[in-house]
Structures are given as structure tokens and as C-alpha cells.
Design a binder for this molecule. Sequence first.
Ligand SMILES: NC(=O)c1ccc[n+]([C@@H]2O[C@H](COP(=O)([O-])OP(=O)(O)OC[C@H]3O[C@@H](n4cnc5c(N)ncnc54)[C@H](O)[C@@H]3O)[C@@H](O)[C@H]2O)c1
Length: 230
Amino acid sequence: MGKPCDLEGKFAIVSGAVQGIGQSIAELLIRNRATVVSWDLKPVRAVGLRASIVDLTDPQSIREALADIGSDQRIDMQFPQADLPIMLRQRSGRIVRLGSLAGKEGLRGLAVCSAASAGVIAFTKVLSREVTPENVFLNCVAPGPIETNMIRSLGPDVVTRMIRDGPMGRLGQPEELANMVAWLCSEASCFNSGAVFYMSGCRARHRAAAAYCLTDAGPPEDRVPSTCPG
Ligand SMILES: NC(=O)c1ccc[n+]([C@@H]2O[C@H](COP(=O)([O-])OP(=O)(O)OC[C@H]3O[C@@H](n4cnc5c(N)ncnc54)[C@H](O)[C@@H]3O)[C@@H](O)[C@H]2O)c1
């Protein structure tokens, strides 16, 4: 097993690498000696980062970006899954999808985001079963609020409420998320595929005990599980 997070000789595509979470991921992968290409709507200038203008909602734009990389380039890590056929052909690769805690909890006022993220989570679970036997590992990181322009654009009132509602009393930092992503791409993470990691600062709730409360009135230690499958 190599050193944790040593990515020397690895090639990564990072989408949305111009700012926020994607930028932190790209910077950390570069610091860990990976070669990184940014796929973003906007151009990016950063030391060691190759940039392509790509619209991830446009299949033609993705095809052109892949052609730009070249058919004989190995692709070791990526953060959409546009180049999955290449990874399957080379029989190795790491894909990390970004979901959101909203996809697990269903956050009030965020119906579209919650539904989209739940889709990313389910997609990860299904596709990982298909590609893991080919040595392509696919995981999802589903964070709570991370301090980026996207969150700041919600306005100070919303951000203050988010901070107040979180048990750690703060937002997550993009670098904290990047560390988990880099680890998932490294040799140190060799038994994870199809997993969803809720990096939420203790916001993610696990409600398995709810069925106890519905049926039993005694103190928790006296309660027996109900037959409720949920
Ligand atoms: N910040 C959070 O709290 C948080 C929480 C959960 C999930 N997420 C998800 O993480 C991802 C990144 O979030 P962020 O906060 O860093 O966002 P951000 O707005 O700070 O950065 C997004 C980046 O993606 C690029 N981009 C947008 N649309 C694109 C497209 N069609 N094609 C190519 N590039 C495009 C933008 O140019 C920008 O550089 C988003 O998918 C977001 O939903 C963020």
C-alpha cells in the first residue's frame, strides 16, 4: 500500500474547479502530486492546473473535453463520471460524486436540491455495483453546508441560521471536504466503493430509534423494538 494520499503519477479531472469545493479539491490533489485538469464553465488560472472550458450539462462539450485530453491518457480520478468508459477499459479508477446532506434529510425549502442529491446518492449506489468488479471505485460525499460563494449567496440571515442549527456552531470548510475526497482517491482507501459519506458537522441524523418511541412508553433501556420495518 502506498503512502496515504500520495497521488504521484495519477491523472484527475475535477469539475467546478474554479472556485469553492472543486477548487479546494484540485489544489489538494496537486499538492499530493497528481496532474489535474479543471472542467468548468469559467477559465481558471492556478499553478499546475490545466483548464478546459466545459459545460457539464452539454454532452457535446464533454465529448470535446475528453478528446482534448487524448485517447491514450490514463484517467485515474474524476469528479463527474463522464469518462467512465475509459476507466472501465483501463480497469482502474476512482470516482467521487458530490451529493448533499439535503439528499438524505430532505431539507425544508430545498425540494429541488434534495431530490437531485437523493438521485446522486442512489445513482452512486447502483452504478458502483456495476463498475466495482472492474476495479473502478465510485463513492459519494454528501456534505452539510460548506463555506463557499454558493452558501454565502443565500444571505447573512440564512447563513446565521445554518450556523446556529449545527451542533459544531460553524460551517464546514472546502479544505475539510477536499481531504476526504483526496483520501478516497488514494491507495489508503482500498475497501470503499458504493459508500455515501455525510460530512455534515454532526447535522446528519440517524433515526433508527424512532420506531421504539412510537410503540413504547417506558424509558429507553426498557423499550423493545416495534415490528415497524422503518
Ligand atoms: N457549498 C455547500 O454547502 C454544498 C453542500 C452540498 C453540496 N454542494 C454541492 O457541491 C458542488 C460545488 O459546490 P460549491 O459550493 O463549491 O459551488 P460554487 O458555486 O462555489 O462553485 C461551483 C463551480 O462549478 C462551476 N459550474 C457551475 N455550473 C457548471 C456547468 N454546467 N459546467 C461546468 N462547471 C460548472 C462554476 O463555474 C463554479 O466554478 C455543487 O454541486 C453543490 O450543489 C455544495
